[in-house]
Design a protein around this ligand. Sequence first.
Ligand SMILES: Nc1ncnc2c1ncn2[C@@H]1O[C@H](COP(=O)(O)OP(=O)(O)OP(=O)(O)O)[C@@H](O)[C@H]1O
Length: 225
Amino acid sequence: MVAVEGLRKRGRLLGVSLRVERGVVGLLGPNGAGKSTLLALLAGRLRPDGGEARLLGHAPRDPKALPLRAYLPQSPRLFPHLKALEVLEGARRVKGLGKGALEEAVGRMGLEGFLHRPVAILSGGQRQRLALAAALMGDPPIWLLDEPTAALDPKGRERFWAWVGAKREGAVLLALHHVEEARRADRLVLLKGGEVLEEGSPKEVLGLRDERVPWLMEVLYEEPA
Ligand SMILES: Nc1ncnc2c1ncn2[C@@H]1O[C@H](COP(=O)(O)OP(=O)(O)OP(=O)(O)O)[C@@H](O)[C@H]1O
């Protein structure tokens, strides 16, 4: 479903290969590891210098790939003067979806309380919930989400993971920083310096404690060993 072969972006990604048929894949790694670059390349927002990626057989920049994926960048741009509901209406129209999809997205992310407020006065977490609802509306088969829960409170995180859990088909790729969330993924991919360092189940990857990954101790193991 998502196939990546030797993907390169100068100075940022040094040749990454991955294959995700289905399920939730967490991308872990310290700041600057290349997680956002990989997701932006998969979303077609960046052009690679080498290698290739396919989303259900389509190149990321092929217009046919657009309706197949949801992409949430690390700092989503939302027009500040629009009301939350207008942002969602815009996403719904662009995606050619019915009202039901919008209502589902509102319910999933709990947006009922601030639908009529302009983006400019929303809190950081409210904006993130809105951006997620707009991106995931219609439930495309592939989700590419860059630190989707970074600004969310515990309830918002639960709502997000409940939505992930309700997704029965498809591939979800998430850049993550927290161990407790990484444990919920089906597979984890550790990136560092633009390369894949390890790949495996959360148990395998989070159990790694060798000298190649000293940053794991600092970045991932907030909990006492
Ligand atoms: N436009 C750019 N031009 C050149 N280098 C860039 C550009 N954007 C990012 N980089 C560099 O690419 C590397 C990978 O960055 P990237 O944002 O993909 O990392 P990340 O793993 O998502 O990090 P974080 O956890 O901080 O979000 C970093 O060293 C970064 O400084």
